[in-house]
Ligand binder design. Structure first.
Ligand code: CTP
Ligand code: CA
Length: 226
């Protein structure tokens, strides 16, 4: 099953994609972030556009060109990402959340560069909003797709996140494997759906995986009266 969907099945649909890392600011010269490159989210945004969707891409700081015809909103922190998405959510038909959102943020941001002293430095970290969890709670007609990068217990964690965040699908990958995942051009994913068998894909480019993912999402639109 390696066919690219032939119909523009997302014509007239509003698709919201998030991508990249977030940055949680410590002081004017320092932040906490992660190794997400944004490639998967950008590839999905482009593939959804090719399927006829009206695509908004909310992205953390990445070094990637905006796919043609995609509306891009640049954000920095987890909170910024939530604030950008919240007003768009009601109208969205499909939300694909590839972003690697920080789980913690410093409880204060220093206005000036922190100077070193002889002692240790402790930064107190507080939880960020779980954006996808919040979207799951507010879910109405939207199809919600999450991502999970894990280093162990892939299936257990994926199943748990599907339930806890009220998702329709979760795309999981093992970031411990060499040559896939973060920063790489390729990935090896397993798709988990609420009520069907998981599907494991061979390692392939993030562009090809974006097409595979949209194929798997297509049946979720059935029964919406169109
Ligand atoms: N996510 C989110 N907001 C957060 C954290 C995660 O929207 N504050 C989303 C991610 O975009 C991803 C999904 O939730 O689609 C799973 O992210 P992940 O980090 O794997 O799960 P967590 O719930 O944060 O759990 P943990 O990091 O402990 O595995
Ligand atoms: Ca997390």
């Amino acid at each position: 099953n390696v066919q690219t969907p032939s119909l523009p099945y997302l014509k007239g649909k509003k698709v919201l994609v998030t991508a990249g890392p977030t940055r949680e600011i410590i002081d004017p010269v320092r932040f906490l972030s992660n190794r997400s490159s944004g490639k998967t989210g950008f590839a999905i945004a482009q593939a959804a556009k090719a399927q006829g969707a009206e695509v908004t891409l909310v992205t953390g700081p990445v070094e990637l060109p905006t796919p043609p015809g995609v509306e891009r909103i640049d954000v920095t922190s987890a909170k910024d990402m939530f604030d950008a998405i919240a007003p768009l959510y009601d109208d969205a038909d499909l939300v694909i959340k590839t972003a690697a959102v920080a789980d913690y943020t410093p409880d204060e941001t220093f206005a000036h560069k922190v100077k070193k002293s002889d002692g240790d430095l402790n930064i107190n970290m507080v939880r960020t909003v779980d954006i996808l969890g919040e979207l799951g709670r507010r879910k109405d007609k939207q199809i919600l797709v999450g991502f999970a990068a894990e280093t162990k217990n892939l299936a257990q964690y994926a199943e748990k996140k599907i339930q806890e965040k009220n998702l329709d699908m979760i795309v999981a990958n093992n970031v411990n494997e060499k040559g896939i995942g973060f920063a790489s051009d390729d990935n090896k994913i397993t798709i988990f759906r609420r009520d069907s068998e998981r599907i494991e894909y061979d390692k392939q480019s993030k562009e090809d995986l974006a097409d595979r993912l949209l194929e798997e999402i297509q049946p979720l639109f059935k029964g919406d009266g169109e």
